[in-house]
Design a protein around this ligand. Structure first.
Ligand code: AMP
Ligand code: MG
Length: 313
């Protein structure tokens, strides 16, 4: 790690190699420093949540190099086109229906059928995205609950230890997170940010407010993926008719999926959504889930499972 203020092509290449290998990369954006991962790779995204110490799988913003790349992952309507034309590249994030669910994996979207996408204006972020050639999720590089880093030194101190490569772009010009607007029904402001409400309303007219829960947790505006089958937690064993999500060493069996045979929480997080869907499709009467430790990423995994079981909103 470590970088100078004139990061050039060779550092971009090293960062791209790190991303392709599933690693994390510190990158400046015009808003704040981000910790980037390949949006298509659930292992990399799980490692990102772990590095940030996130107690929940909040949906992440997919960063792309240009509007053409954004159109490949999300469905654009006329309002999305107008906002993109007005503010991209720049600190505006649009929440749109997902068009390519593989390009931004389930874990990165927290299981939603929508995706948050933006085109950052920072030249290094743009160079990284153009060289990588696919979407990168890049939440702020701070550890969860701490302020967003706006200098390379702060970013390195927060999550640099978890990064396989780092780009130094000097201090961030904006220093404030992107504005998040959902275009799912009528345009809705999910998070105020660097682009003002007035600027957005000048393009698409009056914005609706995020209501209630959605305001506190914008990711919940649209229903999260919830299995059709009931979910039974803390299940030491599979009952007849049930599917079973094991964790740690377990006998293979019919309708048994192992989140991580070795008991690795990063692997379990990466497998969580795919295994939940597979278990749900198996025609089981219920999905029983082995106890998952509440440590590290386990907290976020258990939060997601409690939601799937209907214990939380
Ligand atoms: P950050 O963690 O700073 O990258 O912020 C991401 C923001 O975008 C949070 O407010 C998320 O809740 C929001 N967000 C990301 N994806 C979605 C989505 N699909 N639907 C609604 N909000 C989203
Ligand atoms: Mg943040």
């Amino acid at each position: 790690m470590g970088a100078d203020a004139t990061d050039g092509p060779e550092r971009i290449e090293a960062a791209v190699r790190a991303l392709r290998a599933g690693g994390l990369v510190l990158t400046p954006t015009e808003t704040v420093y981000g910790l980037a991962a390949d949006a298509a790779d659930p292992r990399a995204v799980a490692a990102l949540y772990e590095a940030k110490g996130r107690p929940r799988f909040n949906p992440l913003i997919a960063h792309v190099a240009d509007v053409a790349a954004a159109r490949r992952i999300a469905r654009f309507d006329a309002e999305a086109e107008a906002l993109a034309a007005a503010f991209w590249p720049g600190p505006l994030t649009l929440v749109l229906p997902i068009a390519d669910p593989q390009a931004v994996c389930d874990l990165a979207r927290a299981g939603l059928e929508t995706v948050a996408v933006r085109v950052p204006a920072h030249p290094l972020a743009h160079a990284l995205l153009a060289a990588f050639g696919g979407p990168l999720v890049a939440p702020s590089a701070n550890r969860s609950g701490r302020p967003s880093p706006t200098t390379f030194a702060d970013a390195a101190e927060e999550t640099g230890a978890a990064a396989a490569a780092a780009l130094d772009g000097g201090p961030c010009a904006v220093g404030l997170e992107s504005t998040v607007v959902a275009l799912l029904d009528s345009p809705r402001l999910l998070r105020p940010g660097a682009v003002t409400r007035a600027q957005i309303e000048a393009v698409v007219g009056p914005l609706a407010e995020a209501e209630g829960d959605a305001k506190r947790s914008p990711g919940r505006l649209t229903r999260h993926y919830a299995p059709d089958a009931p979910v039974r937690l803390e299940a030491a064993a599979q009952q007849p008719g049930e599917a079973y999500l094991a964790f740690g060493p377990a006998e293979p069996g019919e309708r048994v999926w192992n989140l991580s045979p070795s008991g690795d929480l990063v692997e379990a997080a990466a497998n969580l959504f795919a295994h939940l869907r597979a278990a749900d499709r198996s025609g089981a009467s219920a999905i029983a889930v082995a106890p998952i430790p509440e440590t590290g990423l386990g907290e976020a995994i258990n939060d997601r499972l409690r939601r799937a079981a209907g214990f939380v909103g």
